[in-house]
Design a protein around this ligand. Structure first.
Ligand SMILES: [Zn+2]
Length: 504
């Protein structure tokens, strides 16, 4: 039975979702080859739409309908769609109402220009060029946090909460401290072993076209639906949804490194398959939206790392790889390929980092962001602070800003508080994989045969179809039968770091 208020809300949401997906379309286009001179007009277009979306979200009529809906669902099951819509949308409505229209539009403009300038600054290794834009973005994000903060919440708490509902700075700090304790000795041991491997078989000359063909084929095999999506190239890989049946994934190929493009595709396909597994009839509503960024990342990490880096996966994929690169891999044993894919070595670029050192990159960004938001650190000091932390945490430091502070798109897009969700995603992914392995009775044998359906169906059933019905940590608990626990990630990584596993 649909109440009047719910009907009105659903119609309102449907139109807001159309505006938002139009913005996503413009952003997708911006990242796939917008002419440089078109940047300013594109920023104007996005600013106009962001303002319209914001107006709809704070529409007082919507507020009345939400209040009506809340009254009618009071005695309903809290996991019923109307109750979920009432709870999530009321939270979002109250949040948006605290933000002045001016601030929303200024942020949209600053981040749209910011991303363009970031691309040019990174290409030219020119941090000073990016500095005024980043200074402006950080200032606007501080204002945003101040508008949204509840009593007792720090600015960084506010930022975190907008990506992972309920997560706090204190909680994240604890999780990171524990992880760091386990990771430091693990990295030490595994790096020593990896160093003995000699030159990697993943480096050389790999034509782009066969990489693209192979990556696209693998994405289709694991379950990304190309009838409802496509794969393109960009500078910084991402995934975006342009409608209930339109999911775009983007990657970056490198001629020098075979794994860059493929693992970008596996990662983004994991995101894309999550979006494709949401219920299209609830598109645009909380019931048809991803639970959180951390849960989103758990899906990309699961396919990229837990599946894609494992020996059983390559037992299946290797003969197909040989068809695409017959001369490049002719003399390479599959076990050697897997060993090289799982090398552990401190490196400068987060998105190319191995699974074990990866979380150190996140820890560094988490500390810097927190200091930026609390004004302990100024934008002008960022490159130096960045390099210091790399020296402290990973024992290496970049020789330029292109491979240092300019490497990620996030800050130019105003995404502060986003990085920690990557590590949460890693933690969730290992816990989900372990539960799926137990419940499905041995995933290794299925992966060896290229049977990815059961795993995808399990994720659809336990995670995807629920949308935002449950809070992120509650969803993981229901899926796996126990509270969120980082020990599954630590166990997974330490078993990889043991010699046998490393060599397949
Ligand atoms: Zn991701």
């Amino acid at each position: 039975m649909t109440s009047d208020a719910l009907k009105k809300i659903l119609e309102h949401v449907r139109q807001t979702a159309m505006l938002q997906s139009t913005m996503s379309m413009l952003e997708w286009d911006q990242n796939t080859g917008l002419p440089p001179s078109a940047a300013e007009y594109r920023a104007d277009q996005l600013t106009l739409l962001a303002g319209m979306v914001h107006q709809r979200r704070v529409d007082p009529e919507l507020g009345h309908w939400l209040d009506e809906l809340i009254a009618t669902v009071a005695d309903q099951d809290p996991s019923s769609p109307p109750a979920v819509i009432a709870r999530c949308m009321k939270r979002e409505f109250d949040r948006c109402r605290k933000l002045p229209q001016r601030l929303v539009e200024e942020l949209s403009y600053a981040t749209s220009i910011g991303q363009q300038v970031w691309v040019e600054s990174k290409l030219g290794d020119d941090y000073p060029r990016f500095m005024p834009q980043l200074t402006r973005i950080v200032e606007l994000k501080r204002q945003e946090a101040d508008c949204l903060a509840s009593p007792g919440q720090s600015r960084y708490d506010v930022m975190l909460d907008s990506y992972e509902e309920g997560a706090t700075t204190q909680e994240i700090r604890q999780i990171f401290l524990r992880l760091r304790e386990s990771l430091v000795p693990m990295i030490q041991r595994a790096s020593e072993r990896s160093a003995k491997l000699g030159p990697s078989v993943l480096e050389g000359r790999f034509a782009i076209e066969p990489q693209e063909r192979f990556s696209k084929w693998v994405a289709g095999q694991i379950g990304f639906d190309f009838q409802r999506g496509r794969l393109d190239q960009t500078e910084h890989p991402f995934c975006t949804t342009l409608g209930p049946h339109d999911h775009r994934i983007l990657t970056r190929y490198s001629q020098e490194s075979f794994s860059t493009g493929l693992y970008g595709v596996l990662h983004e396909a994991g995101h894309g398959m999550y979006e494709q597994g949401l219920d299209p009839q609830w598109y645009g509503t909380p019931v048809g939206s991803a639970a959180s960024l951390g849960v989103h990342e758990s899906q990309s990490r699961l396919w990229e790392n837990l599946v894609g880096l494992a020996g059983p996966f390559w037992k299946w994929a290797y003969p197909h790889l040989l068809e695409v690169f017959p001369s490049e891999f002719r003399d390479v044993a599959p076990s050697r390929l897997v060993a090289d894919l799982n090398r552990v070595q401190a490196s400068l670029i987060r998105i190319e980092a191995d699974e074990v050192t990866y979380n150190m990159h996140i820890l560094i960004r988490f500390e810097l962001e927190e200091q930026l938001m609390s004004q302990e650190l100024q934008v002008a000091q960022l490159p130096e602070a960045w390099n210091d932390k790399y020296r402290n945490f990973l024992g290496i430091a970049p020789s330029d800003d292109r491979t240092g502070v300019l490497q990620d798109v996030h800050w130019s897009a105003g995404l502060i508080g986003y990085f920690p969700t990557y590590t949460l995603g890693n933690i969730y992914s290992a816990q989900l994989y372990s539960a799926a392995d137990r419940q499905l009775g041995g995933l290794d044998r299925q992966l060896e045969r290229g049977e990815f359906r059961p795993l995808l169906e399990w994720l659809r059933d336990k995670v995807h179809r629920h949308g935002q019905t449950y809070l992120p940590m509650e969803l993981i608990k229901r899926a796996t039968g126990e509270p969120v626990d980082s020990r599954y990630l630590v166990d997974h990584l330490s078993s990889k770091c043991s010699q046998d596993q490393l060599l397949m």
